[in-house]
Design a protein around this ligand. Structure first.
Ligand SMILES: [Fe+2]
Ligand SMILES: [Fe+2]
Length: 253
C-alpha cells in the first residue's frame, strides 16, 4: 500500500472516532491497526483490505445498551463502502472483502471470518479486549452506563458467576477468555502475554482489596481496618486525647 492511500484512509476514518467514546476512540483504532500489522507480518494477507477494514471497523458504534447495538458492525461496513467508493486510489474490487472484514469483526455477532483478512481484523480487535487496556476500556464503559466497577462483596467472582453489570466481572467472562478465540497463531502468541499481564493486575488488585472490609463485614472489623489505615496520623505518645483536638483518637474513627 502506498503512503498517500494510507494517509487518505486515515483522514477519511478519523472523524468517526470522537474522544467522547473512550473505549472506541481513535486510540482504539490505532492500537487495533498496530495489532493487525503485527499479525499481517506473521500471517500475510492483503494489506489494503486489512487497513481499510481496521480503520472503518467501528465507524458506527451504537451504545452497548442500544436495542440495535449488534447492528453496528453491519452499519460500519455499509458506511465504509460508501466512503471508500469515492476514493479513486482504493482498488474498488476489494470493497466486498473490506465490508466482510468489518461485518465479521463483531464480537456480539460471533461470526466466523470468511477470509484471512477477516481473521486478522477480528483477531486484532479481539486483542484490544485482552490485557490491562481491555480492563480500562471495560471500566470506562461501566462509567458511561452507570454500572459499578466491581461487586463489593465478591470482587473476584469467587462464590458467584460473573455478571454483565459489574466491570471487573468481564475479566472473568470475557477478557481472560478471548485468547482462546483467536484465529491466527501470531495473535494467540500476543494474547498469551496479555493474559499474563491481566493476571498480574488481578493479583495486585487482590492485595489492595484485602485492605478493605466488604459491605457485609461487621462494623468492628471496619473499625479495625480504619485504625490500620490511619496509624501514621496518630499523634505522638503523651498527646492528650481528652482535649479539644480529638480527631486523632481511635475511638472517634
Ligand atoms: Fe467493534
Ligand atoms: Fe473495535
Amino acid at each position: 500500500m502506498n503512503k498517500i492511500l494510507f494517509d487518505n484512509i486515515l483522514a477519511l476514518a478519523k472523524p468517526f472516532y470522537p474522544d467522547s467514546d473512550p473505549a472506541h476512540d481513535w486510540g482504539h483504532i490505532c492500537r487495533v491497526f498496530a495489532y493487525a500489522h503485527k499479525i499481517w507480518l506473521g500471517e500475510g494477507g492483503d494489506l489494503d483490505i486489512i487497513t481499510a477494514g481496521v480503520f472503518f471497523h467501528d465507524c458506527v458504534n451504537l451504545p452497548k445498551n442500544h436495542p440495535n447495538s449488534s447492528d453496528s458492525a453491519t452499519m460500519s461496513a455499509e458506511r465504509a463502502v460508501k466512503i471508500l467508493s469515492g476514493l479513486n486510489d482504493f482498488p474498488q474490487h476489494k470493497l466486498p472483502a473490506v465490508a466482510a472484514g468489518i461485518t465479521e469483526h463483531s464480537f456480539s455477532k460471533g461470526l466466523k471470518p470468511s477470509s484471512l483478512e477477516s481473521k486478522i481484523i477480528q483477531d486484532a480487535d479481539r486483542l484490544e479486549s485482552t490485557g490491562i487496556i481491555a480492563i480500562m476500556r471495560v471500566l470506562t464503559v461501566c462509567g458511561q452506563l452507570g454500572r459499578p466497577i466491581f461487586n463489593w462483596q465478591d470482587p473476584f467472582c469467587e462464590d458467584r458467576e460473573p455478571e454483565m453489570k459489574y466491570g471487573l466481572d468481564l475479566v472473568y467472562s470475557r477478557i481472560l477468555k478471548v485468547s482462546s478465540m483467536m484465529n491466527t497463531e501470531t495473535a494467540r502468541g500476543i494474547a498469551v502475554e496479555s493474559d499474563e499481564r491481566t493476571r498480574q493486575f488481578i493479583a495486585l488488585l487482590k492485595s489492595e482489596a484485602a485492605l478493605f472490609p466488604t459491605e457485609e463485614d461487621h462494623w468492628d472489623d471496619k473499625l479495625e481496618v480504619s485504625s490500620k489505615l490511619v496509624t501514621p496520623m496518630l499523634p505522638p505518645s503523651g498527646f492528650d486525647k481528652t482535649g479539644d483536638d480529638r480527631r486523632f483518637s481511635r475511638s472517634t474513627l
